[in-house]
Design a binder for this molecule. Structure first.
Ligand code: GDP
Ligand code: IMO
Ligand code: MG
Length: 429
């Protein structure tokens, strides 16, 4: 039996949604374990595109989808997503979608604080998605958050909200020059959400662990990417949760022994949304070509993604931090037509070569990438379904990635569609 974790190895948007949707065929349960609706995971099936922000990407394969305790959930967004999926003819209900009773709820003041804090920071902003993610995790750690178990208890919700709002309104009015929020209005709105969501709220640790004992297979779906991790990412230009594979356990209530494999999703080049250092970023026509051909716009905020060459310093970091057992390389088709390709193998800083990502943000911003140059390929590879049929230059590019990361490539993605894929080694088999 296999239980597999999927994580992003770069700065998010590596194509996790596509690979989770693909591998969900072989899983019984798909679990989101961190992040919230800052994520935007795209699945393309039979030419139709689906974007999910909260519901695990196993829903199209009609697997049991679980939102773990580590996720922060905006109930309004979740309900909208359920309605959206239903409108597309996908069955979603308490029998195939569950939310952990311990997951924290994103409240309206979280969103307002997120956006207003960013505005106040001006040039020092992080470039958040504005979805209230950071402020919600803030409250979780400060022990004044509201969990789903409290959301569905009207008396407790009222009691908690009254003292929480006391503090939030002080911050909103005095520090952020915003209008105060009214507890009655929030209570009315959120009791309606609670009523609709109550049937979905469960003790998911028990459900997942019992399923594993019964021989069921679980796919853990990471959001964001390793370098947006709150501990290991390019702090402070990160998200507010641990995005690395270890958090699949904490964020869903299973022990580490349950995990049998960890697949790192690697975009064949690098992208980043929001602020923060990006050593291999391109500011020339090649960057524009990749951005346009790869349709690199954020699936959540629609922002243009910054694009650059593949960076194996990041990938080696991700391999170590996540204990990667395999890679899935995505968007390889996008590189077709680029005459020569560059892969970053190290950073030059103050006359020295760094092989690891420095923790100091100013140091990282001053690093100059050291590149290996490889020939590109002109062919359209999106119709190719076997490794041997790929152009020689494409195979050399893949070999180089394996060599520089020391991790085998299990999956190659040559287009957004579920079937536009070459599976070399299925982690569930
Ligand atoms: P995620 O957040 O990691 O799930 O990734 P996103 O969905 O935000 O961004 C990945 C984008 O690339 C989506 O628009 C996908 O449909 C698309 N995509 C995924 N794999 C491939 C691929 O192999 N080739 C191409 N051209 N597009 C892909
Ligand atoms: P998926 O799961 C790319 C980035 C934001 C910002 C930083 C902090 O689709 O890969 P936050 O709103 O989390 O406080 O923003 O993190 N970010 C993402 N970038 N993909 C994502 O998710 C992201 N989720 C957050 O752009 O730089
Ligand atoms: Mg995304």
């Amino acid at each position: 039996m296999a239980n597999i974790v999927i994580v992003g190895t770069q700065w998010g948007d590596e194509g996790k949604g596509k690979i989770v949707d693909l591998l969900a065929e072989f899983a019984d349960i798909v679990v989101r374990f961190q992040g919230g609706n800052n994520a935007g995971h795209t699945m393309v099936v039979n030419g139709e595109t689906f974007i999910s922000h909260l519901v695990p990407s196993g829903i199209l394969q009609q697997k049991l989808c679980i939102i773990g305790n580590g996720v922060v959930v905006d109930p309004q967004v979740l309900l909208e997503e359920i309605d959206y999926l239903k409108s597309k003819g996908i069955s979603v209900g308490p029998d195939n979608l569950m939310v952990c009773e311990k997951a924290h709820v994103i409240m309206p003041y979280h969103k307002k604080i997120d956006v207003s804090m960013e505005n106040r920071k001006g040039a020092c902003k992080i470039g958040t998605t504005g979805r209230g993610i950071g402020p919600c995790y803030d409250d979780k750690v400060s022990r004044r958050g509201i969990r789903f178990i409290e959301l569905i208890d009207p008396d407790l919700l009222k009691e908690k909200l009254s003292y929480i709002l006391d503090e939030k309104n002080f911050i909103l009015e005095k520090y952020l020059s915003c209008e105060a929020m009214d507890s009655e209005t929030i209570l009315n709105e959120f009791s309606a959400y609670a009523e609709r969501l109550a049937p979905f709220i469960k003790n998911i640790s028990v459900i997942i662990n019992n399923a594993i004992k019964d021989g069921k297979q679980v796919l853990f779906e990471g959001a964001q990417g390793t370098h947006l991790d709150i501990d290991h990412g390019t702090y402070p230009y990160v998200t507010s949760s641990n995005t690395v594979s270890g958090n699949a356990c904490c964020g869903s209530g299973v022990g580490p022994k349950a995990i049998t494999g960890i697949i790192g999703i690697v975009k064949a080049y690098t992208t980043r949304v929001g602020e923060g250092p990006f050593p291999t970023e391109l500011f020339d026509e090649t960057g524009d070509y990749i951005q346009k051909k790869g349709a690199e716009f954020g699936a959540t905020t629609g922002r243009k993604r910054r694009c650059g060459w593949l960076d194996t310093v990041l990938l080696r970091n991700a391999a170590r931090l996540n204990s990667l057992t395999g890679l899935a390389v995505t968007k390889l088709d996008v590189l077709g037509g680029v005459e020569t390709l560059k892969i970053c193998t190290g950073y030059e800083y103050n006359g020295k070569i760094l092989k690891d990502v420095p923790a100091g943000i100013k140091v990282l911003a001053a690093c100059k990438p050291v590149y290996e140059v490889l020939p590109g390929w002109k062919e359209d590879i999106s119709e190719i379904r076997s490794l041997k049929d790929l152009p020689d230059a494409t195979r050399s590019y893949l070999n180089k990635i394996e060599k520089l990361t020391d991790i085998p490539i299990d999956i190659i993605s040559v287009g957004p569609g579920r079937n536009e894929t070459i599976v070399l080694n299925n982690p569930f088999k």
